[in-house]
Ligand binder design. Structure first.
Ligand SMILES: [Zn+2]
Length: 131
């Protein structure tokens, strides 16, 4: 056991991809209900879903800070996209870390380490890290 654990707190490398990667969601061909990572439409149960690209902008609807030993706290949030879909994700970019992310905060999707189609990473809109 060495105490030389890396500190991931300051990821200063500029990942300045504006808008990040494409975030996809599904829209029912019949009732136009938007959904995320579903096989069947949650409203009418049909399987005719079209892939659509999200603008990647949303609002934090619930937030939970996950703390693990030897790692920075993570803000795990449910983000409601402008398209009306709720996505479970991680939010970064709070000035004071994960504790500075609140319900109602505006966020945008970003391509950060650990981001995946199943679990996208958002950052706070207008945070200093966003530029
Ligand atoms: Zn439907």
């Amino acid at each position: 056991m060495s105490p030389t654990a890396l500190h991931p707190a300051h990821l200063s490398t500029a990942d300045t991809q504006p808008g990040g990667g494409p975030l996809m969601f599904q829209r029912c061909r019949w009732c136009h209900t938007a959904s995320y990572r579903r096989v069947l439409c949650p409203a009418c149960g049909c399987g005719d879903l079209d892939e659509e690209r999200s603008a990647g902008l949303g609002t934090v609807r619930s937030i939970k800070v996950v703390r693990r030993a030897a790692a920075a706290p993570q803000a795990v949030a449910v983000v409601e996209l402008e398209e009306g879909v709720r996505v479970r994700s991680t939010v970064i970019g709070g000035r004071c870390g994960a504790d500075a992310v609140f319900v109602g905060d505006r966020v945008e999707v970003t391509e950060a380490p650990g981001s995946s189609p199943n679990h996208p990473v958002f950052r706070l809109s207008g945070s200093p890290l966003a530029r």
